[in-house]
Design a protein around this ligand. Structure first.
Ligand SMILES: [Zn+2]
Length: 256
């Protein structure tokens, strides 16, 4: 059986949280607000550094995923891998390596299924089989799920939520599956990424892997840090809480 691992984008640049709401990027606060937050709420200053999450779908690939892991390791970069169950079964050691080297592993269904077209029963099986295999392989239950082709609906969202995972789409899609040159992929990403964004790539294309060193060095030059998807969601949340705390404080001050 030949599986085609191509991602077609049906959704706008967006990330869906478990509740189905769109979570946008919260811009960093002013220096004054930052001082207030650091004094009053024990939030690490690091959450205000510009950050980005690199995500790699459709693997593991026998040769390309280990090559990518070497690059990430040499550059001390943490990423997120949305793995496909039937490939995980063939290359469990690569999935173990992904996890052991500090990256996040997410569910991308058992056979890269088009979930909105196969019925709820089959869709549930696709999601659960990959989730269980990640747990059997790494010993850790995945917290994230990405629907293949970004194809989802409220029923799929409900299944994913009941399994204790968050549905993750992406903010930036360079369409690397079209096998663009590494330069084109890197330049597209740099031009279209903002603080707090999630970038979609695929670790089953050689040109994508070749683009990664350039992407890392370009973001580093701009002061960005690389974090896993769960961390970026937490950072967004903490920034929002901090912003709210600042607003609440302003209201209190005004009342005095
Ligand atoms: Zn995919």
């Amino acid at each position: 059986m030949v599986l085609i691992f191509a991602t077609i984008v049906f959704l706008p640049n967006n990330i869906f949280t478990q509740s189905g709401t769109a979570a946008g990027t919260v811009k960093p606060l002013s220096a004054q607000a930052r001082d207030f937050i650091q004094k009053d709420s024990k939030i690490e200053a690091d959450i205000w550094k510009p950050c980005v999450a690199l995500t790699f779908d459709d693997g593991p690939h026998k040769y390309l995923t280990p090559r990518l892991l070497d690059i990430l390791k040499n550059n001390d970069v943490k990423a997120t891998f949305f793995v496909v169950g039937n490939r995980m079964k063939v290359y469990p050691d690569i999935v173990k390596r992904i996890y052991n080297e500090g990256h996040e592993v997410g569910d991308h269904t058992w056979g890269h299924a088009w979930l909105t077209q196969i019925g709820i029963g089959k869709a549930t099986w696709q999601i659960k089989s990959a989730k269980d295999t990640i747990f059997q392989t790494t010993g850790v239950k995945p917290k994230l799920f990405r629907p293949p082709y970004g194809a989802t609906n409220k029923y799929i969202a409900d299944i994913v939520a009941k399994m204790g995972m968050r549905q993750i789409i992406w903010n930036v899609d360079p369409c690397d599956w079209r096998d663009y040159t590494p330069e084109r992929t890197a330049n597209y990403i740099l031009k279209n990424t903002h603080d707090g964004d999630i970038i979609l790539m695929h670790d089953i294309h050689a040109n994508t892997i070749k683009a990664v060193p350039g992407i890392i060095s370009m973001f580093r030059k701009k002061g960005y840090v690389f974090v896993a998807v769960s961390s970026i969601l937490e950072i967004r949340n903490q920034r929002w809480l901090a912003k709210k705390a600042k607003q609440d404080n302003q209201i209190l001050q005004a009342k005095r």
